[in-house]
Design a protein around this ligand. Structure first.
Ligand SMILES: [Zn+2]
Length: 354
């Protein structure tokens, strides 16, 4: 198995926004140290060193994202400087949307023919929350992560049976036209779409503790991609608006989406029951490739996930997916306990070889 890596670039570190005196503010948990922690765990388990992906350009990213989202992420800092909202001399500039064009704008007043977009209106238009800050290094990080997913997907197209994109920032919350949830581009969807275009039926099995809302939305009307997600119940957990069990696919692709929301405190046994349901569904779908957005924020000790999985769950989950006998592409998503993420990712990968 080859692992393609993107460290997220040191210039993209939301952790620098956690500045309360007590140190207790852990809102921006997608910190730069995550990459080193995961890479160390994977190396310790004996996997070969990660490779730099080749640059395949924007086309595979634009296959699943709007040009406006891509342009907003790419040009945000430079536009903010041009519009006088940031200073070229201030390397610590960060852009976080403050306003969102909710229904009042379009329903009551209708579109304004004289509207002039600004960096702030574009950020609000192409974000669904405030958790994807843009720094000077964000474009390089998000672009690099997508390139790693492309390279890993190409390994499967070339006939290899396992590949991984060891990346940050993560991607599974990113929608076609909107960033959010620490995500900018949906690396798993970029890989899945590339595999789909190669003629394969693709199943996406999202095992992050949060619902893979972006992947669900991107493939909502795509009958040859099955999306499945096992996650905390969105009626009280992020991302709140998506992830309910009755979301089963769009008109053009009925029954192409499976959501398995589970309660706080879900343990290994309850998780395994849901995983078996998802695997049955995937088996019946008959996929020729499986994309696994891998979050290890399902761990009992994760600072934001509220499942109760043990360390031993990860090799078992990997082995259960491996038993489908289908090539697997893994993309790194969440997992925020720096002391254990590396070993949990490594143990999942080890399970994938059983
Ligand atoms: Zn997560």
């Amino acid at each position: 198995m080859r692992i393609f890596a993107s460290s997220g670039a040191p210039g993209h570190d939301p952790g620098q926004l956690n500045r309360t005196a007590s140190g207790s503010d852990n809102y921006y948990v997608e910190v730069a140290q995550r990459f080193d922690a995961i890479a160390a765990g994977v190396a310790e388990a004996g996997f070969a060193d990660p490779l730099d992906p080749p640059d395949e350009g924007l086309r595979p990213i634009l296959a699943v994202h709007s040009a406006n989202l891509v342009r907003t992420v790419r040009t945000a800092i430079e536009r903010a400087i041009k519009e006088g909202e940031a200073s070229a001399e201030n390397p610590g500039a960060v852009l976080i949307p403050e306003t969102f064009p909710i229904k009042a704008r379009s329903a009551a007043q209708g579109p304004n023919p004289g509207f002039e977009p600004s960096i702030w209106s574009d950020l609000g238009t192409h974000s669904f929350d405030t958790s994807s800050p843009i720094f000077g290094g964000t474009w390089a990080a998000a672009y690099g992560a997508a390139q790693a997913a492309i390279a890993a997907a190409n390994d499967l197209v070339d006939g290899r049976d396992r590949a991984m994109a060891l990346v940050r920032p993560p991607g599974h919350h990113a929608m076609r036209d909107a960033m959010g949830g620490f995500c900018y581009f949906n690396n798993a969807a970029v890989g899945a779409e590339l595999l789909r275009k190669s003629g394969r039926r693709v199943a996406v099995l999202d095992v992050d503790v949060h619902h893979g809302n972006g992947t669900q939305e991107i493939f909502w009307n795509t009958p040859d991609v099955l999306t499945a997600s096992i996650h905390m119940n969105p009626s009280y957990e992020y991302p709140y608006y998506w992830g309910f069990a009755n979301e089963t696919g769009g008109e053009a692709a009925p029954d192409s989406n499976l959501n398995l929301p589970l309660p706080v405190g879900t343990d290994d046994t309850a998780y395994r029951a849901a995983l078996d349901l998802a695997l049955d569904r995937i088996r019946n779908f008959g996929p020729e490739a499986i994309v696994v957005p891998l979050g290890v924020d399902t761990y009992a000790g994760d600072p934001i996930g509220r499942f109760d999985l043990s360390s031993d769950a990860y090799p078992r989950i990997g082995a259960a997916i491996s038993a489908l006998g289908v090539p697997i592409l893994v993309t790194q998503e969440g997992g925020y306990d720096l002391a254990t993420i590396g070993s949990h990712v490594a143990r999942f990968l080890t399970g994938c070889f059983e």
